[in-house]
Design a protein around this ligand. Structure first.
Ligand SMILES: Nc1ncnc2c1ncn2[C@@H]1O[C@H](COP(=O)(O)OP(=O)(O)OP(=O)(O)O)[C@@H](O)[C@H]1O
Ligand SMILES: [Mg+2]
Length: 461
């Protein structure tokens, strides 16, 4: 610190000397030209260059300014004793940033840069279409001239990307719906959004742990797979088909996926979409890092459509452009055809209770990348539910009861939704909850057995 003050004092001394020299050597009319000359000479010897990123660029907000602010807020090297704190609307996280005229060093690809946050009072307001803030804020980036190209080529892109990540992490996720039909809002947007706060996570999801792990890995590979998709020339999207009886956790799985990846959800209500071009507009207005969901796909699309199309020779890839109904081909064009590339990093999830009713075009390999069967509650899934609802670990349960549960659970064919209901009802009395559950499972298994026997007898008659 001492050295710093010492060198500052000597620089100030030199400046004062130069100023008096200027006054002595040059008559007033030549002083300005001399100053310009000095400035040029100084620039030749100065090894740094500076970039100003102002908060308001003309009359528009400068996106780069906000991005730098967010990026620097995540910097671990912030050591200032005074930081500014902000919490955006709809956000559950607090970000901190540089206060006025504070500086911060950053390193990128081994190159050191210095950021300074400069705040000055705005001059008397000139005429403008919108009121300007009283303060003029901006960042100044100081870098070595020799590093200029490296930094400008990738550092600023890197900052923008990082800032988007932070924004996504800080903001609560949104759930979009197209329940307004084809009408647009005042900003021309066809989707309505609400904050998405579904508490379902992979941890709370009751299903076979191996299958769960496989799906989580698949999702992570997808989210981190930008370069893979680019290298292989594939559109950066992935399709999941979740099928199984009602109450087995298909919708809960979608919420868990969104929470796991930090993606928004677009819940596409196909019955509200009138034709293929409307569908195209809707899908084009979805953002990247999102999950586009079509629930009960078997009920949403008239399955005879495609057969008619095939007969009329229009084929799968063309779709019904101007017609007044939405077709399976119109939908597949988006999940699979050329239009699927109009955005990146999108996950499509279709759900159905009746996979047998689906058109083979939806099921053929490569169309939906992963088919996930959400089954009746299995023993490993039951353990998760017992833990979630009663806080029970295996060691809390009597071994005999555990064994009985294991024997009866598959025969009973009860859904996780049914079991959850039973456990919620008795959650204050853990022992009773387990005993009632066992009873319910046994009753259900017996009923299944009887109905199976009578069906077999009827078939044999
Ligand atoms: N696998 C599961 N793990 C944890 N909870 C579950 C699971 N399946 C169902 N539930 C519970 O049951 C409720 C209903 O489940 P969910 O809506 O996910 O079923 P679904 O398969 O989407 O049913 P549907 O086919 O009727 O849409 C959930 O709110 C959740 O509490
Ligand atoms: Mg559902």
């Amino acid at each position: 610190m001492k050295e710093y003050w010492g060198s500052l004092a000597s620089v100030l001394g030199v400046l004062a000397f130069c100023q008096s020299l200027l006054q002595v050597l040059f008559p007033p009319e030549l002083r300005f030209a001399a100053l310009k000359l000095f400035n040029r000479i100084f620039n030749v010897f100065n090894s740094y260059c500076y970039f100003d990123i102002t908060e308001i660029d003309g009359v528009n907000t400068n996106e780069l300014y906000n991005a730098v602010q967010l990026y620097l807020s995540s910097s671990v090297s912030i050591s200032g004793s005074r930081l500014s704190l902000t919490r955006a609307l709809n956000s559950s996280a607090i970000t901190f940033g540089l206060t006025n005229n504070d500086t911060l060093f950053d390193t990128f690809n081994g190159v050191n840069v210095l950021w300074e946050h400069i705040v000055t009072q705005r001059q008397a307001q000139t005429f403008s279409w919108r009121p300007m803030p009283d303060e003029k804020r901006g960042f100044t980036l100081r870098i070595k001239k020799k590093d200029k190209s490296l930094i400008l080529d990738s550092y600023l892109d890197y900052i923008m990307e990082k800032a988007n990540d932070i924004r996504r992490k800080n903001e609560d996720r949104l759930l979009y719906t197209n329940s307004r039909g084809g009408s647009l809002d005042s900003r021309g947007h066809p989707w309505e959004s609400v904050p998405f706060k579904h508490p379902s996570t992979f941890e709370t999801l009751a299903m076979d742990p191996a299958k769960k792990g496989e799906i989580m890995e698949d999702l992570k590979d997808f989210a981190n797979g930008q370069s893979f998709y680019q290298k292989t020339g594939r559109a950066w999207k992935r399709g999941y088909l979740l099928y199984g009886p009602p109450g087995t956790g298909k919708s809960s799985m979608i919420a868990a996926m969104a929470n796991y990846l930090g993606y928004d959800i677009y819940d596409l209500e196909l019955t509200e979409v009138h034709n293929n071009s409307e569908l195209r507009k809707l899908l084009m207005k979805t953002s990247s890092k999102s999950i586009i969901v079509i629930e009960d796909i078997d009920c949403s699309i008239n399955l005879s459509n495609r057969k008619k199309e095939m007969r009329s020779g229009s084929g799968v890839s063309t779709g019904d452009e101007g017609g007044n109904s939405i077709t399976l081909s119109g939908l597949l064009n988006f999940t699979d055809g050329l239009w699927s590339c109009c955005g990146s990093e999108r996950i499509f999830v279709f759900t159905t209770n009746h996979i047998d009713k689906l058109d083979p075009a939806l099921l053929r390999s490569g169309r939906m990348d992963m088919h996930v069967f959400m089954s009746y509650c299995s023993f490993p899934a039951l353990r998760i539910l017992l833990k979630n609802y009663l806080g029970n670990e295996d060691s809390d349960l009597d071994e005999g009861v555990l064994k009985e549960l294991e024997e009866v659970i598959d025969k009973a064919e009860m859904t996780p939704a049914d079991i959850s209901e039973l456990l919620i009802k008795n959650r204050r009395n853990k022992d009773r909850a387990v005993i009632e559950l066992l009873e319910a499972l046994k009753n259900k298994a017996e009923m299944k057995l009887k109905s199976g026997e009578s069906a077999a007898a009827a078939a044999g008659r």
